[in-house]
Design a protein around this ligand. Sequence first.
Ligand code: COA
Length: 351
Amino acid sequence: MLRSKIAGIGYYVPERVVTNDDLAKVMDTSDKWIQERTGIKERRHGVRFEETTSTMGTKAARIAIERAGIEPKDVDFIVFATLSPDYYFPGSGVLLQRQLGIPGIGALDVRNQCSGFIYALSVADQFVKTGMYKNVLVVGAELHSFGLDYSTKGRNVTAIFGDGAGAVVLQAAAEGEDKGILSTHLHADGNHAEQLAMINFGSHSGVHLGKERFGFNEDAQYGELMMSDKMWEEKDIYPEMNGQYVFKYAVTKFPEVIMEALKANGRELSDLDMLIPHQANLRISQFVQKRLRLRDDQVFNNIQKYGNTTAASIPIALCEAYEKGKVKEGDLVCLAAFGSGFTWGSALIKW
Ligand code: COA
């Protein structure tokens, strides 16, 4: 069986910086509160009416492709992870494919939120390992800024999320080349699905709102049930999060899935050169670091600058760590994520 390696990596974040003070101008929050609870100082927001999830993904992908020493035409397959696609359907994978000018190859969208990149990487890994594809482009991108509640009601979510994109090219490692993805582990527990979710405007809106808000009216038009003035008025159209509930699970599942990765490969925490946790909240990363007794130089965080960019956070952080020389040839690197679903997972990589 072949082993897949990251042959090229890139990221892109929009130029527009939105500080905590900027948010405090439109909602009841403060720089102090946001920094104390999340570690976030600022985040990026895409250029309005110009940037989309796929355009950001394309920019990151072009860098990854160039660094892999290939051209877009050499890409055999695309896996695109996002929870904020350009369209409800089709997915952003085909749009990215169009922007790269490579029609015909397969494009798959992954909807696993904060764990999206790990899931996408794992899918791509299987294609490369089995020899089905040579170059698989894996992208994680999010444009959250267009769909957040900027009123005080949405402050717990809006303060956390930011925009950005990251991408890698997966290729088969050469025979005898001691590098690449050693393992991936994926998990989910749908019992917690609504604890961090954007429920509307899914098909559930018709069932739930039809019954609870409008009475069960057989004559009601489906369109009315999917979207109503009341939903807009009550701002029932944005992502919602039970922050404390999510926090509690995250600090349990992160260490579990990191240890699972190490154990499966006969490695110890002391063997780990770098942990790149999904940038959910700096307090979560610090909690995990403390629980696993990892040194500061074994964990990389950049949420302070970008906020939580969901499926993009791991490739952005990995790319930054690589560019800063914090991830070097031969290093043992663990990627780990937890998020909406709940979903969680890890990937252990020899860089
Ligand atoms: N600014 C000011 N106050 C805020 C606020 C903000 N941005 N967001 C929430 N608050 C308020 C709440 O309204 C609440 O006020 P109340 O006591 O008057 O009702 C108070 O702060 C405490 O809210 P709570 O949700 O209990 O705060 P918390 O200490 O749990 O921190 C989070 C909130 C969201 C920062 C925290 O729960 C968290 O980070 N959870 C994990 C979230 C996460 O990582 N999500 C991504 C997973 S991939």
